[in-house]
Design a protein around this ligand. Structure first.
Ligand code: PHE
Length: 327
């Protein structure tokens, strides 16, 4: 089809061009006696008009034919093509990562299948410490060099140990990833979920640095109107330890019967504290010289608050009606 306009041009040149066949014929007309010349001239002009019409038709024919081809109407709107999008949890992790990169933290990695030492021991959970009971997990049928079963990590805090083993202080890192606990699934619990961990060790790092960083991070995520507060709490690997609450982003007051904060006005969102000297020692950081803070938070909670999801299970069911709302 695309050859036709080219043919038309070649034909035009050959028959209607300045030195074309018709021009030659008409030029010879002047040698013919007048009475014969008249009808011949009329014939010549008729032939010219005929040729011009045919050529115009030929030239215009190609696009006209394409548009008219059955099943192809270029003016119709396109067929929708379903495209994938990032999962709400991935979106949330990316948003958290952006926040921490802005605050000067770098991204660290750590394994999901971990040994007892990095998940517990180095974090100041001795072998029979009762704090281990809160983090029952799944064990892998393989042992580490110390003869202990490998396990699925119960929190991202192993990233603290892994990062400090790799790097001299000062250090400022964060890590996001999956963690596991032997828990029954309900609207706010799951045997597998996600956490973000942060660690900053330098000279003279104090609780004030922790409070500022956590507050800045929460404001980056939920807007400048959000408030944070610290309650004393216990985790073996921090001293002092705290639980961080943020002001409820739904009812913004605590008045009434908000189902999210249960009317308290506050939501518990993370654990935090100053890195315990025993943890620094186990990573060969001198606690007389260095101090630091650490914090850890569940990512599902943030995703639910950011996207208004009321049941954590919705994040794992891959229902397109949920997934489509976060693009
Ligand atoms: N790892 C703790 C948990 O999963 C949270 C935490 C992290 C607390 C860092 C203090 C410091 O519950």
């Amino acid at each position: 089809m695309s050859a036709k306009p080219l043919d038309a041009e070649a034909l035009e040149l050959r028959y209607l061009g300045r030195k074309g066949e018709l021009a030659l014929l008409l030029r010879d007309l002047k040698d013919i006696p007048l009475e014969e010349r008249k009808p011949l001239g009329a014939l010549g002009n008729a032939a010219k008009a005929d040729l011009e019409a045919k050529l115009a038709e030929l030239k215009g024919a190609a696009p006209a034919a394409a548009a008219a081809a059955p099943g192809l109407d270029l003016t119709l709107p396109g067929q929708p093509f379903p495209k994938g999008s990032l999962h709400p949890l991935t979106h949330t992790m990316n948003r958290l990562a952006e926040g921490f990169l802005k605050l000067g933290f770098t991204m660290a990695d750590s394994p999901l299948v971990e040994d007892d030492y990095h998940n517990f021991e180095a974090l100041n959970f001795p072998q029979y410490h009762p704090a281990r009971d809160m983090q029952d997990t799944f064990y892998v049928d393989a042992k580490d060099a110390a003869g202990k079963f490998l396990l699925l990590r119960t929190h991202t805090s192993n990233a603290q140990i892994r990062a400090m083993e790799k790097q001299e202080p000062p250090i400022r890192v964060f890590h996001t990833g999956r963690v596991f606990r032997s828990e029954a699934v309900d609207a706010s619990h799951s045997f597998a979920f996600h956490q973000i961990e942060g660690l900053y060790v330098d000279k003279g790092v104090s609780m004030a640095d922790l409070k500022w960083t956590v507050d800045a991070f929460m404001k980056d995520l939920f807007g400048s109107g959000v408030k944070t507060r610290f309650n004393p709490s216990y985790f073996p690997f921090v001293e002092p330890g705290a639980e961080v609450d943020m002001s409820c982003v739904f009812c913004k007051s605590g008045a009434g019967r908000c189902p999210v904060c249960k009317g308290s006005g506050w939501l518990e969102v993370m654990g935090a504290g100053l890195v315990h000297p025993n943890v620094l020692k186990s990573c060969k950081y001198d606690p007389e010289k260095w101090s630091g803070f650490a914090f850890g938070a569940g990512i599902e909670r943030f995703a639910m608050l950011l996207y208004g999801i009321s049941d954590m299970r919705m994040l794992y069911e891959n229902d397109l009606r949920v997934l489509k709302q976060v693009q």
